[in-house]
Design a protein around this ligand. Sequence first.
Ligand SMILES: Cc1cc2nc3c(=O)[nH]c(=O)nc-3n(C[C@H](O)[C@H](O)[C@H](O)COP(=O)(O)OP(=O)(O)OC[C@H]3O[C@@H](n4cnc5c(N)ncnc54)[C@H](O)[C@@H]3O)c2cc1C
Length: 257
Amino acid sequence: MSMSYIRAAQARGAVVRPYTDVQDVVMEGEKVVGVLIDTGQIACSTVIDACGVWAALLSERVGFALPMAPVRSHYWITEPSTSYGGEHPVTILPDVAAYTRPEVGGLVLGLQEPCSATFNARDLPNDPAAFSPTQGEEHWDILANAYEGLAQFFPAIETAQFSSYISGLSSYTPDGAIILGPVPGVTGFHAAAGACGSGITLSGGMGDVIADLVLQQEPAFDISRFKSDRFGQVDPFSEPFRKRCAMVRASKSRNIS
Ligand SMILES: Cc1cc2nc3c(=O)[nH]c(=O)nc-3n(C[C@H](O)[C@H](O)[C@H](O)COP(=O)(O)OP(=O)(O)OC[C@H]3O[C@@H](n4cnc5c(N)ncnc54)[C@H](O)[C@@H]3O)c2cc1C
């Protein structure tokens, strides 16, 4: 999906610079005038902060740390099985904070823990491959803790052959809604962040809104509830704030209506 977006942007003249860190945002007064990368400065009047779990670190460079925190998401995948197959529906199990969906011939089982692990964005390495949010914990224990509840809705768990475990980080906000639009007090700096574990699903809509904003057009829908300053002044790196974000992940399945 990301490659499709990249190819579409390139077809319209975008220049893509992979593996290039934006080290700083250059300002003149309250206005964005460029970004700093390892080879020097690139002049620009607009910066879109879509830095995923690192987004608050970039926005901090313009004096506003976005209200979001990195929270662990994870799932297990079974061996391919004719019991599930590609036609198995996606299920949301709010009573046990879980979901399932078919994948590679088996079944994905995702769990939202009572309080998901959360991390300080300042402590994350630049390379996500160098970091596991489940280090020091046994993921089978996490699955075993949820086992009894899951078995009520998913009796086949008794015989399911779980063969893979995937974990990673997603940015969560305290109300489970994204952060989308201009950052207050800074001309030319926009955020497209805090996707709360749904960034793939939401990417098209978020990109559409950002394109409208950059072109100074009215977005197709009301984005007022996604304002970056809606929580007032917060410290997104503090433990109490991160815990608020982690609790939102914990109740994600329960909040789907
Ligand atoms: C286990 C798991 C399962 C998930 N399942 C789903 C799902 O089923 N459906 C769904 O919709 N979502 C799902 N998600 C969430 C989804 O992956 C994220 O919401 C989405 O990837 C966020 O996209 P993003 O572009 O905001 O951030 P990212 O994909 O993290 O991209 C941000 C990019 O910015 C780069 N970057 C950071 N800082 C800088 C800088 N200073 N300069 C330059 N570049 C920088 C990073 O290197 C990275 O490439 C899942 C997440 C996990 C962990």
